[in-house]
Ligand binder design. Sequence first.
Ligand code: OGA
Ligand code: MN
Length: 282
Amino acid sequence: MATSAKIELRAEDIKPQIGSRVLNTKDELLSGELGDALRDLMEQRGVLVFPQINFTEEEQVAFTKTMGRFAQEGDREGVTKITLDVKENPSSAEYLKGSLYWHIDGTRNDVPILASLLTCKVPSPKGTGNTGFSNTYTAYDALPDERKAEIDGLTVIHGPWASLFYHTPEPSLALLENYQRIGEAELPLVWEHKSGRKSLVLGNTAVAVKGKTPMESAAILHGLRDWATGPEFTYSHEWEPGDLVIWDNTGTMHRAEAFDPSSGRMMLRTKLEGEEPWASAG
Ligand code: OGA
Ligand code: MN
């Protein structure tokens, strides 16, 4: 009996502390054989880039399922349009304004989504609309031991309403209440994962560190965000049509870099269900 040749993962590092480029063909990726290896690589590297892989919407859904459990957004299984253009996305273009600032997706869920996958349909003009990624595992690891000791065990209140003030500093009460209805969650500042590795839980949904004054709290949250988004721990992806990028939402932050909302920039997203709850806070 002939033994079938096993497909090898082919990838190269983008930067020492974050990002890998995956070089396998579309057929190899859709075979499903690489699902486990890709998950491991994503956890190690934070972000995986599949240059101009040109998945159709159906292929993106099928590929997502090779890596874990598909997380449905909206009322049907498929890709979600990510755009700031209100004509294209009347219901969530407002909410997506928060994506222009460093964040983690789904901080309101007890089990945050494992990963997001974004395909570029239409990029904004070059030099705008990159997506930035920060590796919050390597950023934590590189902190001095004294700093780790100061922040281990702290609890942070997160709420999408905190992100509103980044883009709308003087919201109406009605708009504020819309965001506040989504609720809040108490999350560990340092997430010790089942694997034993630790990552920082930060971003524009962070309201305050419990037990600290507003000034102390801001210095901790913004100081760590400033650290984790420094050049060593970050990668900024300049999009070509057909690129796919996947990030480990449990060990990275991301943001869209500024672009003109009327540029036509259009991305298609799928997500993987989370598998691990935030480690118990406090
Ligand atoms: C997202 C997101 C960033 C971008 O889809 O969750 O934050 O660059 N996208 O569109
Ligand atoms: Mn996001």
